[in-house]
Design a binder for this molecule. Structure first.
Ligand code: SAM
Ligand code: SF4
Length: 332
């Protein structure tokens, strides 16, 4: 058993690795990507499947990472996804492997990915209204997302977690309808406060739908009581719905930050370690690996990268700077 080594100087230990497999996407969610897309990472700068597998292997076998979540961009667009999951679930000790996805294509891929070893999925679902979906994601693909979610559940990926970002004037009136939908299908719904990670830099604190507002909207229809289960390092605060056992979560990334309990480390599709979503610096493991460095040296560089993690995201500091990479290129 490896000992956890991704420590920072504030006493936190990272055991949860988020790996972005691509910065490309087939949606254009307003809070994430501009409608025209972005200059994508050039192919030669991206980690190959073998390089992803090697770096994840170092994190799991040498650095104490126990959970690996593949994200993006849209990870289902990565042609090698199945073989990457296959290899990562063969690691010892076997990490828990999950996917954050918009579910487009999951109808076809859910069963093969489960066969490869995938344990869980988190699906982004911001609306169940076709017009709002088109307005928010700039594509008319709600049906494909809903069918993908159904397929994930049918393939045994339980619990299916749904992530929702509410945007004022677009889908901020849909919180109760989304919860009704989630309860009816036995999916676990979590609302996430919008963070300043959009490519256009259009985020405004006073426009953001807050955790408090989300709870108020839900309470108009549901009885919410605090979940007695221990929260641990989970970012979502959870509530029992109408006495339970169903729950709903709210991730108040901005107004109720959980940085003190953060256990994450991130690897971008071009092989850069980020110690925080909001980090303004990165540590290059790709060129280190390509220069012939051994696993030990790469592991040591990863440790150094995490040691410098800041205590919090600092969104409320007057000196806060939005990271130059948008969420789609970091991996949410
Ligand atoms: N394409 C996949 C998806 O949408 O699930 C994976 C990548 S996406 C960047 C990962 C998560 O980040 C999604 O749940 C999305 O809603 C969330 N996200 C993106 N931009 C965000 C922002 N500005 N604030 C809060 N969450 C954001
Ligand atoms: Fe694509 Fe996910 Fe960003 Fe939406 S949130 S544009 S689905 S990467």
């Amino acid at each position: 058993m490896s000992s956890p080594r991704l420590r920072d100087r504030h006493g936190r230990v990272a055991t949860d690795l988020r790996v972005s497999l691509t910065d490309r996407c087939n949606l254009r969610c307003t809070y994430c990507m501009p409608e025209a897309g972005l200059p994508w990472l050039p192919k030669p700068t991206m980690l190959t499947d073998d390089e992803v597998i090697r770096l994840v292997g170092i994190a799991v076998t040498r650095l104490g990472v126990t959970e690996v979540r593949f994200t993006g961009g849209e990870p289902l667009l990565r042609p090698g996804l199945r073989s990457i999951i296959d290899a990562v679930t063969d690691l010892e000790p076997r990490p828990e492997v999950s996917l954050t996805t918009n579910a487009i294509g999951l109808e076809r891929l859910a069963v093969p990915l489960v066969e490869a070893g995938l344990d869980r999925v988190n699906v982004s679902l911001d609306t169940i209204d076709r017009d709002s979906f088109k307005e928010l994601a700039k594509r008319d693909r709600l049906d494909q997302t809903l069918n993908g979610i159904k397929a994930a559940s049918a393939a045994g990926l339980a619990p299916v977690k749904l992530n929702t970002v509410l945007m004022r004037g677009i889908n901020d009136d849909e919180a109760p309808a989304l919860l009704r939908y989630a309860l009816a299908h036995d999916y676990q719904l979590r609302f996430i406060e919008q963070m300043p990670l959009d490519a256009g830099g259009t985020w405004r604190r006073d426009q953001m739908v807050t955790a408090a507002e989300i709870l108020e909207a839900l309470r108009a229809e549901f009885d919410l009581t605090p979940d007695p289960a221990h929260r641990g390092s989970a970012p979502a605060e959870t509530w029992l719905v109408d006495g339970g056992p169903a729950k709903v979560g709210v991730i108040g990334s901005v107004t109720r930050p959980f940085c003190g309990d953060c256990d994450r480390t991130r690897l971008t599709a071009d092989g850069q370690v980020r110690n925080c979503l909001f980090a303004t610096g990165e540590t290059d493991l790709r060129d280190l690996a390509r220069s012939g460095a051994g696993d030990e040296e790469i592991a040591a560089r990863w440790c150094e990268a995490m040691w410098g993690k800041k205590p919090g995201h600092g969104i409320d500091d007057p000196s806060f700077l939005q990271p130059s990479r948008p969420m789609s290129a970091i991996g949410g």
